[in-house]
Design a protein around this ligand. Structure first.
Ligand code: SD4
Length: 320
């Protein structure tokens, strides 16, 4: 991912954006400040939208949803929502989940086609059904009944990239060509924590393949008493270990967010007997005390952090 340095200056007028880009291991918000943290550089406009929404509506749930909607609507973000990469059949199938730390309520959708805002549908699953996860046609039917509008998600640019990929395939196989999911977690001034995760999944995945992103405990996990964690990267390497759940549990046992993300990656690498660099997994976390941190195996992994005082990108700790 390229860092658009103009983003640093272009924040909300209420926010002072820093001009530097550095590691800030486990920084902490001033007491009782709202906090939003998201994966990748496109997480910055998303987190800014989250803060703006929180200030307007007072709802951290609205804040998470509206923040993620920004990345979903941006065609330039080629791994989330509209403009997301298609599967091996050239169809964009979206995955998302939403979780409220206070109630422990959650909703997810997987392999959802033609609806640009899966995070909003996931939230609706949480709020309007007795269920947690809806997939495929059932998820689309639910979205329709809830009044969500359909849209063509495959852009011309993604179609030609997919055609070029397809032409080179002797057999259809997933390629980890991108792993830029948005996971966005946040907390309001009352310590109410929530989070969401939204993705088109791995580019050219097998039709019907579902990754970690809509699976609670894998791509996202929120515990209102402890904190929240989210993931981006090759889902298969996250979901076999319930990565985000593990991070939250490690924080429960006293670890700082960054240390918990690092320990989770180290455990996966050790157990898989793999070099971390071959795993392509990246995590972020926040805790109830307003501290945040991240660790990943991809050198370019960065997180966006927005509080009442700051709006910046931070490099994550790199596990080698
Ligand atoms: C997945 N974790 O489906 C996601 C991939 C990702 O953009 O991060 N994609 O495995």
């Amino acid at each position: 991912m390229k860092i658009d340095r103009r983003e640093f200056a272009g924040g909300l007028s209420a926010l002072a954006a820093t001009s530097s880009f550095a590691n800030f291991a486990c920084s902490q918000t001033a007491k009782n400040q709202p906090l939003f943290v998201a994966t990748w550089n496109f997480g910055l406009p998303a987190c800014k939208q989250s803060l703006e929404t929180l200030l307007k509506t007072g709802s951290v749930l609205d804040a998470i949803e509206k923040g993620i909607n920004v990345a979903e609507a941006d065609v330039k973000v080629d791994s989330v929502g509209v403009g997301g990469a298609p599967n091996a059949d050239g169809v964009v199938q979206l995955d998302a989940c939403f979780m409220d730390g206070e109630t422990h309520g959650a909703g997810s959708v997987a392999a959802l086609e033609n609806y640009p805002h899966p995070i909003s549908v996931a939230r609706r699953v949480m709020e309007k059904t007795k269920h947690v996860l809806l997939v495929g046609n059932g998820a689309a039917e639910f979205a329709k009944k809830q009044g969500f509008k359909t849209q063509e998600l495959l852009t011309e640019e993604q179609r030609s990239k997919w055609q070029a990929w397809k032409a080179k395939q002797p057999v259809e196989t997933s390629t980890p060509a991108n792993h830029d999911t948005i996971a966005l977690v946040g907390m309001d001034t009352n310590g109410h924590i929530a989070g969401g995760c939204s993705t088109s999944g791995l580019a050219y995945k097998m039709a019907g393949r579902v990754g970690d992103s809509p699976i609670l405990g894998s791509g996202l996990y929120v515990d209102g008493e402890i904190g929240a964690a989210g993931a981006t990267g090759i889902g298969e390497n996250v979901m076999r270990y319930c990565g985000s759940f593990l991070i939250v549990e490690l924080m429960r046992s006293g670890m700082e967010p960054e240390a918990a993300c690092r320990a989770t990656i180290e455990r996966i690498a050790k157990h898989d007997k793999k070099s971390p660099a071959d795993l392509h997994i990246n995590f972020l976390a926040i805790n109830k005390q307003g501290r945040w941190g991240a660790a990943g195996t991809d050198a370019g992994f960065e997180i966006a952090v927005v509080t009442a005082d700051i709006a910046r990108l931070e490099k994550s700790f790199l596990v080698k």
